[in-house]
Design a protein around this ligand. Structure first.
Ligand code: HEC
Length: 152
């Protein structure tokens, strides 16, 4: 085998491993962000039940969940990377390609999510449901405005 052939084989192997690596990273990113949203729902659900009176209001639990949500709100953005959108990604995702096309709007709503979740955590500490309810609704509106535009 001459040197040129050998270099060609090595280059091909490197290209294959790079492609495999990229694939693993895409699925990691999708699983990461979906996992964060599952944790968001886990915390946001009982908070909603307390706001709606379906579950008895427990200030300590509400505050703990609001703190969790504020931390979680900072996490999903980094999971939205190229090649992981509905249409271009081979696995299952509800993330629409509009995210990539209109990144500024998407990142802007994500930033509102962070701001509103931080405000809710702050309000939760007061234990006053009259202040908590509108703060909760602001966060809920942020979920909906993003899902309407960017989620299948
Ligand atoms: C800035 C955009 C944005 C915001 C804000 C947002 N989401 Fe989402 N959410 C998405 C996208 C995009 C997906 C799809 C992710 C995927 O499938 O790859 C998603 C997926 C989800 C899922 C499904 C996770 C799974 O795969 O099982 C749940 C549940 C969810 N979001 C709940 C919420 C709740 C509750 C809020 C607000 C408290 C919220 N989201 C805020 C964009 C957003």
């Amino acid at each position: 085998m001459n040197l040129i052939t050998r270099t060609g084989i090595v280059a091909t192997l490197l290209a294959i491993s790079a492609a495999t690596l990229a694939e693993v990273k895409a699925s990691d990113a999708v699983e990461y962000r979906q996992g964060i949203y599952k944790a968001v729902k886990w915390n946001f659900g009982p908070m909603g039940d307390m706001v709606k009176g379906k579950q008895e209001f427990n200030a300590a639990e509400f505050t703990r969940r609001a703190d969790n949500l504020a931390a979680l709100s900072k996490m999903p953005l980094e999971g939205f990377v190229a090649g992981t959108y509905n249409g271009s990604y081979s696995g299952s995702t509800d993330a629409l390609p509009a995210i990539e096309k209109d990144w500024e709007t998407f990142a802007g709503i994500m930033s509102d999510f962070e701001t509103n979740a931080a405000a809710l955590a702050e309000t939760a500490a007061s234990g006053d449901m009259n202040a908590i309810r509108p703060a909760f609704m602001s966060v809920a509106k942020t979920c909906k405005s993003c899902h309407d535009k960017f989620k299948d």
